[in-house]
Ligand binder design. Structure first.
Ligand code: GUN
Length: 295
């Protein structure tokens, strides 16, 4: 039997519709539009593309987008000064510093300096710490893992007591995803490049989150029948039959996994659209907190 395909495009559209409604309500009540500041340092083409799509989505939803593009050799102090000025700007509700930053800039210092109430990426250590701890809640949850949780919920996947295996331990996806699933009462295993027997872990997983950044590394034969697969990977592979000469694939080999899994996200059209939708939701939440005058 073929798996249920989790339609990230459709689910993200629902999230965005709710955000657009929220933006309209704030505008009507306070004559104020939420504002998202983006900070891009350097010329990395993938980062530039991501930032452009975030700005475009802001426009579509009535969120003001304030773009800052700094040269690759901008000194650390200048990036910090920009964040400080955005922190104190009442027109800015959310601050997004696109990662990765150039090597000479200390990412930790920059992320630490973002005002907690404007940390719409949820990367500030206080927000991450709250996410990790029992009985505490962060102001914002990182967008990609938050989107994965919505996809699991919309697909009707039971999380309580489920065996969840996360492949990848990045600060942006793997780690916060593990914390979210644990908070939702799943039993969580984090696998990574040094894991001895990935297949063994995957074979008992009710939920697999693939976020390792290696094209089609997880194949159907590695999965337990009926498992729910969330594929965070977006990898380019050469394909001379396409116009662009490449196509996008996930970290999971889709065709073989489709035949085994109970539910699966496609690439593209799965997790990708959710990340931006959740960023918009976080920005709306920051604006709602700002107009309510409290964190
Ligand atoms: N780089 C890759 N993903 C992200 C993200 O979600 N937020 C930021 N700020 N940078 C990223």
């Amino acid at each position: 039997m073929s798996a249920q395909i989790i339609d990230g495009k459709a689910i993200a559209a629902k999230v965005r519709d709710r955000v657009a409604d929220g933006v309209a309500s704030i505008k009507a009540a306070h004559n104020y539009s939420p504002g998202l500041a983006t900070v891009l340092v350097g010329e990395d083409p993938a980062s530039a593309t991501y930032v452009r799509s975030k700005q475009k989505m802001c426009e579509n939803l009535g969120i003001r987008s304030i773009g800052h593009h700094l040269a690759a050799d901008t000194p650390q102090a200048d990036v910090q000064a920009l964040v400080a000025s955005l922190n104190s700007d009442p027109e800015v509700n959310g601050i997004l510093v696109q990662l990765p930053l150039p090597k000479h800039i200390d990412e930790e210092t920059i992320l630490n300096s973002i005002d907690l109430t404007k940390d719409i990426d949820g990367f500030h250590p206080v927000n991450i710490g709250r996410l990790a701890m029992k009985g505490r809640n962060p102001l914002f949850i990182p967008c990609t893992p938050a989107g994965c949780m919505v996809l699991l919920e919309e697909a009707g996947v039971n999380l309580r007591g489920a065996e969840a295996v996360i492949v990848g331990r990045s600060n942006i996806v793997g780690l916060p995803m593990a914390m979210l699933l644990q908070k939702a009462d799943a039993t969580v295993t984090i696998c990574h490049s040094r894991t001895k027997d990935l297949r063994e872990h995957l074979q008992r997983a009710d939920i697999v989150v693939a976020a390792i950044g290696r094209a089609e590394m997880i194949t159907g034969d590695m999965l337990k029948p009926g498992t729910a697969v969330i594929d965070v990977g977006i990898n380019r592979v050469d394909d001379a039959t396409t116009k662009k000469g490449y196509r996008l694939v996930g970290d999971v080999h889709y065709e073989s996994a489709l035949a085994v899994a109970g539910a699966i996200t496609p690439v593209p059209g799965g997790v990708g659209p959710m990340t931006i939708a959740m960023l918009m939701q976080n920005t709306l939440r920051a604006a709602e907190m700002a107009v309510a005058g409290r964190p």
